[in-house]
Design a protein around this ligand. Structure first.
Ligand code: ADP
Length: 630
């Protein structure tokens, strides 16, 4: 996964996770508290309305109990019963008038349709409502169950509700109570015909219940619940609409009408999800429900949900853009760096990452550029060095090759030249001896040049032949004492040593096995050079040897002019001379002879030197088994 995507996801997770959690918790808290608020409101509403209904009916009960004890009723009811069929009878008229005065006032104060009195047969003998009076007279009470009269004989009885035809089909109800005369004999009943409009109004008051909320009352009749008031969503429901007990719908009213109280979310009579409170009204055996559609009750939650979702989307988009740009600002330079590393890896050391960011990544990119620059410098100098090494090797190779050719040529030439030169030397010496001072002065001088030249040439030819002979002529190896060889050499060089006032010392040297003459040449050359290349002060030369592992390491140390480091290898090649001939005479063959001698013996030769301080020539000779050393 690319780093940019990783960082984006990480930033988003860090930014959004707490936000989502907080939103979720806040939202749930709000939802719960809103639900609690709504439910407690509905609960209060049911309590309030139930209380109102109960108070209303309790008051009517109190009023009918007062009415049943009215002296006027106890006195005049028997008169009315007696003369009911003689409406013109003065006693009847007087009795009715007295009752009218009292009961009509009571009717209007209590807001009743009617106050009636019935005879012990249950027939109406008095009605306070003049409109009812003529048509109701001597009729039975018109409650639907026809229970009002019989139940009212012994106690105050509340009938079921019914539609009152005489009052424009309004909802009505009867309350009956027995009337006893002064001797406590049953003489009939007093009946209140209640206008249920006030209860309906109370029930239909939907203030505080939004567009869907309502309160409703119901009563259990058999295995069904009958709705007692017009419903908000079904105005004709009163006394018509029913729900079967146990049905899914109308849960609240079912529970309340069966004597239970509670709250919750349930399905109402329409089959809609609602929240509500339900309550039983014991005095009337009614159930009361206050409820509201969940959709509406929780509309704030829905709105909040929408708001939260929109906010989250906006925050998400914003965070995503932010996270992306932050991730980009980190991954961009890293990508640049990666590309830089690839480019540099491909060898493009001129590539620059070059970000001018002030942060750590900016610093890194600048360090990277600096590193590339340094690398370029190092690589350039290393390449140069490599080239130089290669060139030097080539030069050395070609020098070696030409040296070999030269060696070959020298051998052939010197061999062929030896004879004519010897003749030239001896004849020129003869000429010198015979004609010196006998010819003119110039001739003497010319002859001496020829003699010198021939001698020098002979020296060179001898050196060359000596060089060529090493390794060619296999003389048998013998055991010899190095101290004696050295003394022989020093004796041979006595004149040169003396002329140069050289001081030569040596340690005790070992016995060796090899070609003794070769070691004579070797010491001659090394000591000869040490004297020849001396500095201003007295030449001091010391020869020593020590055993290291399986070889002897000899050293010839001087305090001469020294050798520059770059020539340390070259001087061992044939004809390599570092100085002008006029200053130090020589052929450039001596050290190459030494090298050849030593290598033929299976050893190595090298020099350690410091300009103007002196040189030490080292050579090794392998230790031979069975030889006494020291
Ligand atoms: P030659 O002595 O004939 O010049 P060599 O092969 O003996 O030739 O020496 C090669 C060169 O090495 C010399 O020309 C000289 O420059 C240098 N050399 C040899 N020995 C010494 C020494 N002991 N001190 C300084 N330079 C030396």
């Amino acid at each position: 996964m690319p780093i940019r995507l990783k960082l984006t996801i990480m930033f988003l997770a860090v930014a959004l996770a707490p936000l989502l959690l907080i939103s979720f918790l806040t939202f749930n808290n709000y939802k719960d508290s809103l639900k609690d608020t709504r439910i407690s409101y509905l609960q209060n509403l049911t309590a309030f309305k139930a209380d109102k209904i109960e108070t209303y009916f309790a008051r009517l009960k109190e009023e009918i109990e007062i009415a049943q004890a009215f002296y006027n009723i106890k006195k005049n009811l028997p008169i009315l019963i007696q003369f009911v069929r003689e409406p013109d009878n003065p006693e009847f008229i007087a009795a009715k008038k007295i009752l009218d005065e009292q009961l009509q006032r009571m009717q209007s104060i209590l807001g009743l349709f009617d106050i009636m009195l019935v005879n012990p047969d249950g027939r109406i003998v008095y009605s306070s409502n003049p409109k009812h009076y003529p048509k109701d007279l001597l009729h039975l009470l018109h409650d639907p169950q026809q229970k009002a009269f019989t139940e009212g004989r012994n106690k105050v009885y509340f009938s079921d509700l019914f539609r009152n035809n005489g009052e424009g089909n309004r909802l009505g109800m009867l309350i009956t109570a027995p009337v006893f005369d002064l001797d406590n004999a049953f003489i009939g009943e007093v009946v209140f015909e209640i206008d249920m409009e006030s209860i309906s109004d109370l029930m239909q008051d939907v203030s505080g219940l939004g567009n869907t909320g309502e309160t409703l009352v119901g009563k259990k009749i058999g295995s069904e619940i009958l709705f007692l008031n017009p419903l908000r969503h079904d105005p004709d429901a009163a006394l018509k609409r029913r729900v079967a007990i146990g049905d899914k719908i109308g849960f609240g009213i079912q529970e309340a009408s069966q004597g239970k109280s509670g709250t919750g979310q349930f399905i109402d009579y329409r089959g809609k999800q609602v929240i509500g409170a339900f309550r039983y009204i014991p005095s009337l055996d009614w159930g009361l429900v206050a409820k509201m559609d969940t959709d509406e009750a929780f509309v704030d939650i829905t709105n909040l949900k929408r708001l939260v979702i929109i906010s989250l989307i906006i925050i998400f988009v914003f965070s995503a853009i932010m996270a992306f740009s932050v991730a980009q600002s980190i991954s961009g330079p890293i990508k640049k760096l990666t590309k830089g590393a690839e480019e540099v890896g491909r060898g493009n050391l001129d590539y620059k990452v070059g970000t001018d960011l002030k942060d750590e990544i900016g610093q890194l990119s600048r360090s990277f550029d600096k590193m590339t620059q340094d690398l370029k410098k190092v690589t350039t100098s290393r390449d140069k060095l490599d080239r130089e090494v290669v060139e030097r090797k080539k030069a050395e190779e070609s020098l070696k090759r030409s040296n070999e050719n030269l060696e070959q040529f020298a051998y052939v030439a010197s061999h062929d030249l030896q004879e004519p030169l010897r003749m030239m030397a001896s004849y020129s010496e003869l000429l010198e001896r015979r004609y010196k001072h006998k010819l003119d002065k110039d001739a003497d001088e010319f002859i001496s040049y020829i003699v010198d030249g021939a001698k020098r040439l002979q020296g060179l030819i001898n050196d060359l032949l000596a060089y060529s002979r090493i390794g060619r002529i296999d003389k048998p190896a013998n055991e010899f004492d190095c101290n004696l060889v050295l003394n022989r050499v020093l004796a041979g060089m006595a004149k040169t040593i003396e002329e140069n006032k050289a001081i030569i010392t040596h340690d005790n040297l070992p016995q060796l096995v090899g070609n003794e003459n070769s070691f004579v040449h070797l010491f001659q050359n090394l000591i000869g050079n040490a004297i020849k290349f001396h500095a201003e002060e007295t030449p001091y030369i010391h020869i020593s040897a020590k055993k290291q592992d399986s070889e002897w390491v000899f050293s010839v140390k001087d305090n001469g002019i020294g050798i520059e480091p770059q020539y340390k290898e070259r001087i061992f090649l044939i004809f390599q001379r570092l100085h002008a001939r006029d200053k130090y005479s020589g052929t450039g063959i001596g050290l190459s002879i030494c090298k050849k001698i030593i290598e033929t013996q299976g050893g190595r030769i090298w020099v350690e030197s410091e300009t103007d301080k002196g040189s030490t020539f080292y050579f090794t000779v392998p230790v031979k088994e069975g030889v006494r050393y020291g």
